[in-house]
Design a protein around this ligand. Structure first.
Ligand SMILES: *[C@@H]1O[C@H](CO)[C@@H](O)[C@H](O)[C@H]1NC(C)=O
Ligand SMILES: *[C@@H]1O[C@H](CO)[C@@H](O)[C@H](O)[C@H]1NC(C)=O
Length: 542
């Protein structure tokens, strides 16, 4: 009978042991949600979404290539010595009475062909000619009466005249009124009220500008050659042999309607993306497909493929639904690939329509679209450029295999003006560390991804050693992101932005023994490969 208490004790303690084993398993299971490759990726920027600064020669063959969609011009009447302005910013007359040009004095081009344009004003209306021949900015969409020809003076392309749809030229007869009634004749002199001097104050060189600048036929040739030559199989071989584990591939929304995307975009980028997956599989690299340019444009930069800087993304349910369809298309096409690691839902959202509610609605729907095709792919949810990334923590943390994406540049903000190399390095070590720590949860919900960084800064005359230290500190700090990081970008005419150049010239050194690492968030113990497919067996101990 004395056995009974002993038995009870054994049962109880086994129960306790079993419970703690269960707890441990649960902890591991939670960690399992965070099982992951620690990604070290490079973005294939400038390949399937055009950015002129990455490869300026792409635009060389466009006639009047300084007059592309979104180019912002100001016009000074030489006779009045005043700038044209859209009175009230738009919705009223065009006047010629401004001494200093600013927003109301700036006109954005919509290019019809190399000499023919619409002019969009500050308030988004288009310049046109009313029935009395007065020049006004009242049309909300451009038609024939909003279509003008820019006639440049031979040998002085900043001196222009503007031919109205009625065949006559605009003139600033007085400061208060601009009319379309000057004859063809001109001596281009400073007394001619139909002559204007232009200032070009901004321009864009994105996919829209390239395609519309060349026109469909020529754009197709130029881009197909670019897609075939800018990134090739040998780049994938180089990437794999450098110790990188993945490529992040920016794509534009029009890829989902390949081979016949809406004007002016041209088909063929899907074939290039298919090739990328084939090469990734061959060289055992992961792929993060990144929706970089969403319908309507989610930021005003050329990499959103905006026409003129306007950013309409997120303003309607239809627009969000269309974006979800693009994600659905990409997930369904590549779900079967052993290289599909992640789908990134929307690069650098900044548009006014990207409010927290519309963005989270889109992320939820985009997540579901990915999950309809794959249970294992990660879903990357980029932070808004204008907001603190922690705003998405609670939201993203509710999804399995969700990744919060932050971009860390020591650029694009005047807080970096005048910092020395050491101060920049310190900023990464301290400030970026704490930024990253603030969004990184130990349980990996969500995982964190420094989806863009670069070893470039505003420091003048930095030495190679400075760049090496800067690249290294970023690898060290961003290596703590629980999903990983991606360098922006593989190739660029500006050398520090080219990881290819930086690696080949010894500015960036990656420890290749760390490639395709799998690490547990708890203790560095090796975990199952995230996507359930063979990986190299290296373990990264952070
Ligand atoms: C540009 O378009 C206008 C209006 O459609 C047309 O009259 C003109 O001939 C075109 N010019 C060129 C160079 O194609
Ligand atoms: C970096 O963080 C320090 C405090 O940790 C702060 O004083 C400093 O202003 C921050 N630097 C920038 C440029 O934000």
């Amino acid at each position: 009978m004395r056995l009974l208490p002993l038995l009870l004790l054994v049962i109880c303690s086994s129960w306790v042991l079993l419970q703690s084993a269960a707890d441990a398993r649960r902890t591991l299971a939670e960690a399992g949600a965070a099982r992951r490759p620690r990604v070290r990726a490079v973005s294939l920027g400038g390949w399937l979404v055009t950015e002129g600064w990455i490869k300026p020669s792409l635009f060389d063959g466009i006639p009047n290539s300084d007059l592309l969609d979104g180019t912002q011009l100001q016009f000074k009447s030489v006779a009045r010595n005043r700038y044209l302005a859209a009175d009230q910013g738009g919705g009223a007359a065009i006047v010629a009475d401004r001494e200093q040009p600013s927003g109301w004095e700036t006109f954005k081009l919509w290019r019809i062909n190399e000499t023919t344009f619409n002019f969009r004003v500050f308030g988004n209306q288009f310049v046109g000619v009313d029935s009395a021949g007065r020049v006004v900015a009242t049309a909300t969409t451009p038609g024939p009466s909003e279509t003008f020809q820019l006639v440049r003076r031979d040998g002085d392309k900043n001196r222009v005249r503007i031919r109205a749809p009625n065949g006559l030229f605009l003139q600033a007869k007085t400061m208060e009124s601009v009319t379309a009634d000057h004859s063809e004749d001109t001596n281009w002199g400073d007394d001619d009220p139909s002559v204007f001097v232009t200032n070009s104050v901004a321009h864009l060189q994105g996919e829209y500008q390239l395609c519309n600048g060349y026109g469909i036929r020529k754009a197709r040739q130029v881009l197909r050659t670019h897609w075939r030559t800018f990134i090739t199989e040998s780049d994938f071989s180089f990437i794999a042999s450098s110790g990188l584990t993945a490529v992040r591939i920016p794509v534009g929304w029009w890829i989902a309607s390949d081979p016949h995307p809406p004007r002016p975009f041209v088909g063929g980028s899907l074939q290039a993306l298919d090739n990328a997956f084939r090469w990734a599989e061959k060289y055992n690299l992961d792929v993060i497909v990144d929706l970089h340019a969403a319908p309507g444009a989610q930021n005003p930069y050329e990499h959103s493929a905006t026409r003129d800087g306007s950013q309409e993304w997120g303003t309607t349910d239809e627009n969000i639904a269309q974006t979800v369809q693009v994600i659905d298309f990409l997930a369904s096409r590549y779900a079967k690939s052993s290289s599909l690691l992640a789908v990134s839902l929307l690069n650098s959202p900044l548009a006014p329509g990207a409010t927290l509610p519309s963005l989270t609605k889109y992320y939820r729907d985009g997540y579901d679209a990915v999950r309809r095709h794959t249970r294992t792919a990660y879903v990357v949810m980029p932070a808004r450029l204008s907001a603190d990334a922690t705003e998405l923590l609670w939201f993203a943390g509710r999804f399995t295999r969700a990744v919060l994406d932050v971009h860390y540049y020591n650029l694009f903000s005047d807080e970096f003006d005048g910092l020395t190399a050491d101060e920049n390095i310190d900023f990464v070590r301290k400030n970026r560390s704490s930024d990253l720590a603030a969004v990184t949860r130990r349980n990996g919900r969500p995982l964190t991804f420094v989806g863009e960084w670069v070893a470039e800064w505003n420091v003048r005359g930095a030495s190679k050693r400075d760049y090496q230290r800067f690249a290294q500190v970023q690898q060290d700090v961003y290596g703590r992101a629980t999903f990983g990081w991606a360098y922006w970008m593989l190739k660029n005419v500006n050398h520090h932005w080219s990881m290819h150049w930086m690696i080949q010239n010894g500015y960036i050194t990656l420890d290749s023994s760390r490639s395709r690492a799998i690490v547990s968030p708890l203790d560095g113990e090796q975990m199952e490969p995230a996507a359930g497919r063979p990986k190299q067996d290296a373990v990264q101990v952070s």
